[in-house]
Design a protein around this ligand. Structure first.
Ligand code: 4FV
Length: 251
């Protein structure tokens, strides 16, 4: 069971994105819980402000530390062993391995920034800082949805047999093999013969070769960070030779 608590000024943003598909089913199965804490409920004063001008001047506004930290502490009081994750472009970039680690946690508190970001002192109340990529969002909420989706898929009991996390891209550090379904021919493009052969050993071999080959073509960085078995090296060599023989333009 994973309990997500999202600290956000805009809980309504999650209403639609998390009310469908596997997230909804996981909640119904009691494998996942989702709750929201709004820093505005911890803001003081008539206007309950949660942001203010940056010391030292500059564009935009900064999220005030008091409402944010009060919200984090309220969330922790419900689930003391929770891990507090600050969503920000300064964090380490999220990946499948990190998602798998978080799927084993009991409690995850996701803190969403807004405006130009959070007061630096809020970082003292975070366990980790997570970025979903090197670009700037208008708020941490989309990043929180990404984390919740990627982690939920890896919680045991969430995915039925129609999809298995083991075969996910990146679950093994390589890209997924190409997938095909009916019709056998579409706009002159045929399904590879081997997939129609029923020869499961040949199909598995073709799929492994495609995964390695496409990783070599599209994400060579993923191959650099791992050593390949002799079989995989042979399959990749075969893919490279076939690829080199292909007339340019139909990769
Ligand atoms: C972000 C990211 C991100 C920065 C300022 C929200 C924005 C605003 N979060 N991965 N990339 N956050 O751009 O996680 O507060």
């Amino acid at each position: 069971m994973v309990n997500f608590t999202v600290i956000t000024l805009f809980p309504a943003m999650f209403a639609s994105s998390l009310a469908h598909s596997i997230i909804k089913k996981a909640q119904e199965k009691g494998i996942l819980s989702l709750s929201f804490v709004n820093p505005r409920d911890y803001a003081i004063g008539r206007h309950r402000v949660t942001d203010d001008y940056p010391y030292g001047g500059g564009q935009g506004m900064v999220m005030k530390p008091e409402p944010l930290v009060a919200a984090i502490e309220a969330a922790k009081s419900n689930l003391p062993h929770s891990e507090v994750i600050l969503l920000s472009p300064r964090g380490r970039v999220f990946n499948q391995e990190w998602a798998a680690r978080l799927a084993k946690k009991e409690g995850l508190i996701l803190v969403c920034g807004r405006y130009e970001g959070m007061d630096e002192r809020v970082r003292a109340f975070g366990d980790e800082e997570l970025s979903i990529g090197d670009y700037t969002l208008s708020g941490g909420e989309p990043a929180a949805s990404v984390v919740i989706d990627a982690v939920t898929r890896l919680i045991p009991g969430v995915l039925g047999n129609e999809t298995s996390a083991e075969e996910d891209s990146f679950s093994e550090g390589v890209l997924e093999y190409p997938q095909y379904t009916r019709p056998e021919e579409f706009r002159g493009m045929k399904v590879p013969e081997v997939l129609l052969s029923g020869n499961h050993a040949e199909i598995a071999r073709w799929r492994r070769k495609q995964s390695l080959g496409r990783t070599w073509l599209q994400r060579p960085d993923l191959l650099q960070s791992r050593s390949l078995s002799v079989t995989d090296q042979q399959l990749l060599k075969e893919f490279m030779q076939e690829y080199a023989r292909k007339p340019a333009g139909n990769g």
